[in-house]
Design a protein around this ligand. Structure first.
Ligand SMILES: CC(C)(COP(=O)(O)OP(=O)(O)OC[C@H]1O[C@@H](n2cnc3c(N)ncnc32)[C@H](O)[C@@H]1OP(=O)(O)O)[C@@H](O)C(=O)NCCC(=O)NCCS
Length: 143
């Protein structure tokens, strides 16, 4: 939970709104417990840079059968350096190894970095609109 809270403290209001699809000034205890959950259906990757003990980025996957719902966040000061792409690639590799065939990600508003990152994960990608949010469905059948 400390890791989740530490990374959240490194996100500005725009990143928080993009990650949580709305204003998120703080994480509740319930949010923290959910985001830090790791078990047979909840998988989390944490990125660090050099000797810095503070987390640089987190990627999460929640499994539902053959589908994995994914989400990412990278500390504001470290965005645009490829950390999100590495996390996404590693998460997709883990998902494939676990037999997951489809990833789903919700992208709210105009979030070009997230869209760009998702588009590079697979050649087979479908986009659906759900209200003001886009849902990206990525097939893991081929790399
Ligand atoms: C989305 C996010 C995880 C990407 O992480 P990152 O470490 O910055 O990503 P990368 O450096 O690997 O770059 C990924 C792509 O975004 C582009 N990008 C990165 N920062 C950008 C910026 N500030 N403006 C425009 N494009 C940007 C990169 O050029 C790259 O695109 P390319 O593949 O076409 O070159 C990060 O921006 C973030 O945490 N955003 C806030 C939370 C969020 O939106 N989460 C996604 C919900 S699924």
């Amino acid at each position: 939970m400390e890791t989740v809270a530490a990374l959240f403290s490194r996100l500005g209001s725009v990143s928080r709104a993009r990650r949580f699809c709305g204003a998120k000034p703080r994480l509740s205890d319930a949010d923290l417990a959910l985001l830090a959950r790791v078990d047979e259906t909840h998988h989390v990757l944490v990125a660090y840079v050099g000797d810095d003990p503070a987390p640089a980025g987190i990627a999460r996957l929640v499994r539902d059968g053959l589908t994995g719902e994914i989400a990412f966040e990278v500390a504001d000061g470290l965005q645009g350096r490829g950390i999100g792409s590495v996390l996404a690639h590693e998460l997709a590799t883990d998902a494939r190894a676990a037999g997951i065939t489809r990833l789903v990600a919700t992208v709210c508003g105009d979030n070009r970095p997230a869209v760009s990152l998702l588009r590079r994960l697979t050649r087979s990608l479908e986009v659906r609109w759900r209200g003001g949010e886009r849902e990206f469905v990525l097939s893991l059948a081929e790399p």
